[in-house]
Design a protein around this ligand. Structure first.
Ligand SMILES: Cc1ncc(COP(=O)(O)O)c(C=O)c1O
Length: 411
């Protein structure tokens, strides 16, 4: 039946063909496969290794501040571009965790309602129709989506194991470089778990200066690092403040995904542009949440505890995956283990893509993962699975191992 809106949807959303595509989005396929598998195996618990958020809730220290602050009359107002105390706490946090000094909170830092909206608003600051965003794939797509909404174009840089899942900036063709305006990077990386090196970031600054390209570094997983790798800020590299911005989040490092709080830090003119777009978009995060977030930023031991847990789980997961035949390595950052999908099973089943394998894994053994087919066939296991004790963690991994063993995978 015709709908009044049929001819009114914007071209950026597909115009008249909006909502008519039969293609199903990856996460919807996973959701449907999970529902079908639960029906097919009513006695079996789902082992969910696909989750992109922490299993722990926010720390009590943070929750208590929200409870105290939520009802205070002085916190009720529109928070606009944020309270200065949050900017100051964020600067202190960046100095403590990343060794960044000399930041002027009021000039270099502004909060965001999570880092996702920051990544959505930044292209509005910089992209004109025809400008190109260089982005990494597989990856978090928000900056690319907004670039396209704005009439910009997107050039994908594949993240390959052969280059430690760092993009090879030499691969960008000259005509693309000429039109490129933004480079989006994310380390520690979702989904590969790869981390950047100071040398790589130096190359990025050099590349940005030579080609007149702005760098947006998404540091949503910044403080979640393992085995001696120290959190590394893009802004710690000489010259980075001239060319770039870094986006931080409390979602992952402080177990606060639903709270919606993060911030952007970097070049003062760029931060001002963000502030201007933000001011015309939202009215800021609730002051009580900003105050609770300050408590988090002042208590980095919250992140330390989370890092210990994820590191322990990675050890269990990586050992189990290796025993099963996967080429698994413990990542240095984030909470994802990114492994090549098997080619098929000894019973003759062939997987033409990581998505096919991921669906098979849900259907056959009620284990959920996230597949990535953008640059090779890979699946992502998260260590944020539900397990409230160390013993339970071992049990979950053992159960996962037993179920996968039964599938007789071929690599
Ligand atoms: C790479 C990356 N960036 C940004 C985000 C957004 O995080 P938030 O908006 O909760 O800060 C996510 C969330 O999964 C992510 O994986």
């Amino acid at each position: 039946m015709a709908n009044f809106f049929d001819d009114k949807i914007s071209e950026r959303l597909g115009g008249a063909s909006f909502g008519k595509s039969t293609a199903i989005y990856k996460f919807e396929i996973i959701k449907r496969a999970k529902a079908a598998a639960k029906k097919a195996h009513p006695g079996l618990d789902l082992i969910d290794m696909g989750v992109g958020e922490p299993d722990w809730p926010a720390d009590e220290l943070v929750v208590n501040v929200l409870s105290e602050e939520a009802g205070k009359p002085e916190n009720r107002w529109y928070a606009d571009n944020g309270i200065p105390e949050f900017q100051e706490a964020a600067a202190g946090y960046l100095e403590k965790v990343y060794g960044l000094s000399g930041l002027i909170p009021a000039e270099h830092i502004i909060h965001g309602i999570g880092s996702k909206p920051v990544l959505a608003l930044l292209p509005i600051c910089f992209i004109n129709p025809g400008d190109i965003l260089l982005t990494t794939v597989p990856g978090y797509p928000v900056t690319a989506t907004y670039t396209k909404y704005l009439g910009g174009e997107v050039f994908n840089l594949p993240l390959l194991e052969s280059n430690s899942f760092l993009p090879d900036l030499n691969l960008v063709p000259q005509p693309v470089l000429k039109k490129a305006k933004l480079l989006y990077l994310n380390y520690p990386n979702n989904p590969t778990g790869a981390v950047a090196t100071p040398e790589f970031f130096k190359q990025v600054v050099d590349f940005a200066k030579r080609n007149n390209i702005i760098v947006i570094h998404d540091s949503a997983y910044g403080a979640l690092t393992y085995d001696g790798y120290k959190p590394l800020s893009f802004l710690s590299v000489e010259g980075a403040m001239d060319v770039g911005l870094e986006v931080h989040s409390l979602s992952k490092a402080f177990n606060m995904t639903g709270w919606r709080i993060g911030f952007v830090c970097g070049n003062s003119k760029a931060v001002k542009a963000y502030a201007s777009v933000k001011d015309n978009t939202d009215s800021g995060q609730f002051r009580a949440i900003q105050k609770a977030a300050i408590q988090g930023l002042n208590h980095t031991e919250i992140t330390d505890r989370t890092v210990i847990k994820y590191s322990r789980r990675f050890n269990l997961l990586v050992d189990a995956l290796k025993e099963l035949g996967f080429d698994a390595r413990k990542p240095k950052g984030a909470f994802y283990c990114y492994v090549k999908a098997p080619t098929g099973t000894e019973n003759g089943k062939v997987f033409n893509s990581a998505s096919e394998f991921s669906e098979f894994l849900i259907h056959e053994s009620l284990i959920s993962t996230v597949p990535w087919d953008d640059a090779g066939k890979f699946i992502r296991f998260s260590v944020t699975f539900e397990a409230d004790t160390k013993q339970k963690e071992v049990e979950v991994i053992n159960e996962m191992k037993e179920r996968i063993k039964g599938l007789k995978l071929k690599f």
